[in-house]
Design a protein around this ligand. Structure first.
Ligand SMILES: Cc1ncc(COP(=O)(O)O)c(C=O)c1O
Length: 412
């Protein structure tokens, strides 16, 4: 990582170009701002560099992103374990299609709306990891099962199983269902052992549901710091799941899948009874994940690259040791965010549309109009606030990928 001293010695070029220089560059190219949206619509990215983008906006480094997707695909193949990546972190059909192109057997989703989005885009093998507890979700899950026979969802409650059975019968469809079992996270999952076995038997013996297997997400393990501690936590969390799977097999139940895992545990869960991984964050990575430590370095997790950042502009500078940026609460600023290449800057909140960058000493190199890139703290939360990824190769924008964000997450 570049130190502040090295950065200043290098002339503060690159991302932190002075405002005047940047404006001159944009003008020289004569970028037609009035045509910005039309150009995106026809995928004409001539002259569209990071300099001309509105801020705050999300920028994906295509080379690093592709490297991450390839790294995970290669690791899964070598383990071996199947990969059904979670899309809640990116909410993008374009990203999902690239994951599938490199061998993913489908995608995992958090909401029925995400499931519909992915399935309607032609992605097969969508696994929705929340049970349809409301009538809205129930009827949509049944309808999606009818439209897309590869769609699956989970159940962790016998009453929901009965409701699905009835709704599926009325719709004349057989729903594909996995039992969600407890794996150390108290948010969902029926107790392992007898309760899980009985639910699996109820589903298997039903008329309108097909038992696919089990889903066991060990969320506590994913961010456990240090490789050895994380492996122990994942093993502890999955031990009850392994017992349930053994019981189910002994009872003659089909156990097609045992799904779970995360970016933090991707290289250990194949030894702990999972048949497929639901990792999500590895595509872009966030600043919190960087701190969990990896196999070779217990302080920084370097298995995957930071491939996505929020591009921001310095808006104002009038006080010692700080500048104001146009990245605020509405854009999901967090004090745990990190400025790319400038680790001495501390990110702080200021208001709905404003954030602050602080430094202890010096820092005079930042000027009004400067652009910086910030690694967000939690991908799920941040991508939910933006409409699109600007995809960059170096400084040049080469594509724009829509995000199912503001306009469609919780409300749909
Ligand atoms: C059900 C489920 N599976 C898997 C994951 C793992 O995602 P990540 O790789 O981003 O930690 C999550 C993340 O919250 C999840 O909710």
């Amino acid at each position: 990582m570049t130190s502040r001293r090295q950065f200043i010695a290098a002339g503060a070029t690159g991302l932190a170009l002075g405002a005047a220089a940047r404006v001159a560059r944009a003008d020289a190219k004569g970028f037609p701002y009035a045509e910005f949206e039309q150009r995106i619509a026809r995928k004409d990215f001539r002259g569209m560099t990071k300099d001309v983008l509105p801020t705050p906006s999300m920028v994906v480094d295509i080379d690093l992103f592709e490297k991450n997707v390839r790294t995970m695909a290669a690791s899964a193949k070598a383990s071996p374990i199947l990969l059904r990546p979670h899309v809640k972190v990116h909410k993008s059909v374009d990203v999902a299609k690239r994951q599938v192109a490199l061998g993913a057997i489908g995608v995992t989703t958090a909401t029925i709306a995400e499931s519909e989005l992915m399935s309607n885009a032609g992605i097969k093998g969508v696994l929705w990891t929340k049970q349809p507890a409301s009538m809205n979700n129930l009827l949509r899950a049944v309808a999606l099962s009818k439209r897309d026979p590869t769609f699956m969802f989970v159940i962790d409650d016998p009453r929901v199983a009965d409701q699905v059975e009835e709704a599926a019968g009325a719709a004349k469809v057989k729903c594909r269902v996995a039992v969600a079992v407890y794996a150390g996270l108290t948010r969902q999952g029926i107790a392992n052992g007898k309760p899980a076995l009985e639910l699996a038997q109820r589903i298997h013996s039903s008329k309108n549901m097909a038992l696919e297997g089990f889903m066991a997400y060990s969320g506590g393990a994913s961010h456990t710091k240090g490789f050895a501690a994380r492996r122990k936590k994942s093993a502890d969390d999955l031990s009850g799941v392994q017992e349930t799977v053994a019981l189910a097999k002994k009872a003659g139940l089909p156990v097609g899948i045992v799904s779970g895992g995360s970016t933090g545990t991707y290289n250990m869960d194949h030894e702990l009874g999972l048949t497929e991984l639901e990792c999500g964050s590895y595509v872009f990575m966030d600043s919190i994940y960087r701190r969990i430590g990896g196999k070779s370095d217990d302080t920084v997790y370097t298995d995957f690259e930071n491939a996505m950042s929020v591009l921001v502009t310095v808006d104002s500078k009038h006080h010692a040791g700080q500048v104001t940026i146009d990245y605020g609460n509405k854009a999901m600023i967090q004090t745990t965010d990190q400025v790319k290449g400038m680790s001495w800057l501390q990110v702080d909140r200021q208001g709905a549309e404003y954030g602050i960058l602080r430094w202890k000493d010096g820092g005079g190199e930042l000027k009004v109009g400067d652009r910086l890139e910030i690694y967000c703290s939690n991908l799920d939360m941040s991508t939910n606030c933006y409409d699109r990824y600007y995809v960059a190769k170096g400084d040049q924008i080469v594509d724009v990928w829509p995000i199912m964000g503001r306009s469609g997450a919780a409300q749909r």
